[in-house]
Design a protein around this ligand. Structure first.
Ligand SMILES: [Fe+2]
Ligand SMILES: [Fe+2]
Length: 248
């Protein structure tokens, strides 16, 4: 028998394929579903955000006094990815420290995978907003549209990382507030612009994100994604924010 021959008793076929990771954002909704969700989001009672979130929104308001606009949302999406990056990073550190506890490490992996999934979803939001700015011929302000979002993202990453290490509930609460704010901003933006319902959405990212026909439906889908992000943070707040062998 040569080394390339299959030993006797071994079935020479490929093993069953592994299940790919499930993405929470892989199924775009229909126009009717999206309109219903937009209205539902607009009807959700507002609540008072925590101090870090209020400080963040106040700072954003100074940089973008024009409020809801594609340049404002490009800023939001740049910053939105950051907590998920920090959580993924902390998850990897926890896995390294606990590598002999296989079951616990596997459990942490579920959070790492979810953080990646959310990060990717925010990334498509970001590229879509950047594409809008390019097509509109928006003239970027050197400090407020370039330097400021980068600086804030660095600070927000450090804050999310430190909060997640010190008390994950603080980091999840801050992110819940951020996502709640984002979902309301998108839903309101569409309500303020009825013309978006008749404007076709042309994009290089349709295969990546979803083949929505109009700009209104695209923005409604993004609002709903933001709500899903918020719900994931709320779930961990309820189940136990800290990595735990027993719960969470
Ligand atoms: Fe987003
Ligand atoms: Fe988000």
């Amino acid at each position: 028998m040569t080394s390339t021959e299959t030993p006797p008793g071994i079935v020479d076929s490929r093993p069953a394929p592994v299940d790919p990771y499930y993405s929470h954002f892989a199924t775009p909704l229909s126009p009717a579903e999206l309109r219903a969700h937009q209205q539902r989001i607009l009807d959700i009672p507002a609540y008072r955000y925590g101090l870090p979130a209020r400080l963040l929104f106040w700072t954003a308001g100074k940089a973008f006094p024009q409020g809801r606009s594609f340049e404002f949302f490009a800023f939001v999406e740049l910053v939105a990815r950051v907590p998920y990056m920090a959580w993924e990073h902390v998850g990897h550190i926890a896995q390294t420290q606990n590598h002999r506890d296989h079951a616990f490490d596997r459990k942490i992996q579920d959070r790492v995978v979810l953080a990646r999934d959310e990060q990717d979803n925010e990334f498509w939001h970001l590229l879509i907003m950047e594409e809008f700015l390019e097509r509109q011929g928006y003239k970027r302000r050197w400090f407020l549209d370039r330097v400021f979002p980068q600086l804030l993202s660095i600070a927000y990453y450090q804050l999310s990382w430190l909060l997640y290490v010190a008390s994950p509930a603080w980091s999840y609460r801050l992110n819940r507030d951020f996502e709640d704010h984002a979902m309301r901003q998108y839903a309101t933006f569409v309500a303020e612009h009825p013309e978006f319902d008749t404007m076709p959405w042309e994009s290089a990212y349709k295969d990546d994100y979803g083949h929505h026909a109009t700009i209104a439906d695209l923005l409604r889908q993004i609002a709903l994604d933001e709500e899903v992000h918020k719900q994931h943070s709320e779930t961990y707040l309820k189940r136990g924010a800290r990595f735990s062998r027993r719960h969470g």
